[in-house]
Design a protein around this ligand. Structure first.
Ligand code: 5RP
Length: 219
């Protein structure tokens, strides 16, 4: 079974967690694009959505779903998003689409974080297959890169990418993240770092994995 079909399966299964008359938190990426398509079938049952990227906002509006600002809501029932890696503790690496900061903000509003992935995203140790994205204030790029090298990583500037917040991304290779909570805190304390792509302090509550044998739910 191809990866897109597995993503679609996971996205479809997430609809079961969407409650009527609520505002749904929506992340970004290709798996979330499948979720937005599926959510379109429920557009008359929900109040709307808060989106974690401008691109997701556009797609939601195309589906006829009202988009609210994160400032308009005090909490969300659920937040649905993809991930680049997921470990057995439901911690994630995110930010492949450079939307990590807004994703963390919308996730922080939600009572339940539902992560939708295909089976290629499951790892034992975060950092095994994917470079860790770090969003950085442009004027701090070089000094943050030096700090990341001192911490054992190999940062690469993601050329030509500007985040929705006007910042740049450093992708850090060679980090084996044995203690994700500590690493998330350490990186967030580097001056000039806006957010890093480790989602461990706020891990997912439910992982829905699209597999060749159907979707699997990890609670
Ligand atoms: C974007 C993200 C995405 O959720 C992550 O990159 C997964 O993307 P995809 O669903 O396309 O595999 O964190 O910043």
């Amino acid at each position: 079974m191809d990866q897109l079909t597995m993503k679609k399966q996971a996205a479809q299964a997430a609809l079961a967690y969407v409650k009527a008359d609520t505002i749904v938190g929506v992340g970004s990426g290709s798996t979330v694009n499948c979720f937005i398509d599926a959510l379109g079938t429920m557009k008359n049952q929900i109040k709307g959505a808060v989106a974690a990227s401008k691109h997701s906002e556009e797609l939601l509006r195309k589906q006829g779903i009202e988009v609210f600002s994160a400032n308009d809501v005090s909490s969300l029932d659920i937040y649905v998003d993809g991930a680049d890696e997921v470990n057995p503790q439901k911690m994630m690496i995110k930010g492949g689409g450079a939307a990590l900061t807004r994703e963390k903000i919308v996730a922080a509003l939600a009572k339940k974080f539902i992560c939708i992935v295909d089976s290629s995203k499951q790892v034992d140790v975060l950092g095994s297959t994917f470079a860790l994205p770090v969003e950085v204030i442009p004027m701090a790029r070089s000094q943050v890169a030096r700090k990341l090298v001192a911490l054992g990583g190999s940062p690469e500037y993601r050329e030509g990418v500007v985040t929705d917040n006007g910042n740049v991304i450093l992708d850090v290779y060679n980090f084996k993240i044995m203690n994700p909570v500590e690493m998330e805190k350490t990186l967030n304390n580097v001056a000039g770092v806006v957010t890093n792509g480790i989602f461990a302090l706020r891990a997912a509550d439910i992982i829905i994995v699209g597999t060749p044998d159907g979707s699997k739910i990890i609670e």
